[in-house]
Design a protein around this ligand. Structure first.
Ligand SMILES: [Zn+2]
Length: 96
């Protein structure tokens, strides 16, 4: 069982460790790197004891880091209508 559930917002970025940290009751720090987060890892471990915490975060926040925010273009309805047409009788194509 994890020691605690901690939201990523409540953790502190540690430049030296290149990891998000959270104080462990033993005096050391729970640590989890962005690489771990990108892989879907949600367990931050303390290197000095056997405790660990579950990190609550949105993986998409890390996957999109450094990339241009890609706007999800909705597919126009006409696309599907055209597709329906092609599945139908081939009259149009026969004429062309
Ligand atoms: Zn500890």
């Amino acid at each position: 069982m994890s020691y605690d559930d901690v939201e990523i917002e409540d953790m502190e970025w540690n430049e030296e460790l290149q990891a998000y940290t959270y104080p462990c009751p033993c005096g050391d720090l729970f640590q989890i790197t962005t690489e771990d987060l990108k892989l879907g890892e949600e367990i931050a471990r303390c290197p000095s004891c056997s405790l660990y915490i579950t990190v609550i975060y949105n993986i998409e926040d890390f996957l999109s880091k450094g990339l241009q925010p890609s706007k999800h273009q909705p597919v126009p309805e006409s696309f599907f209508m055209e597709f329906e047409d092609r599945k139908g009788p081939l009259k149009k194509q026969a004429r062309a």
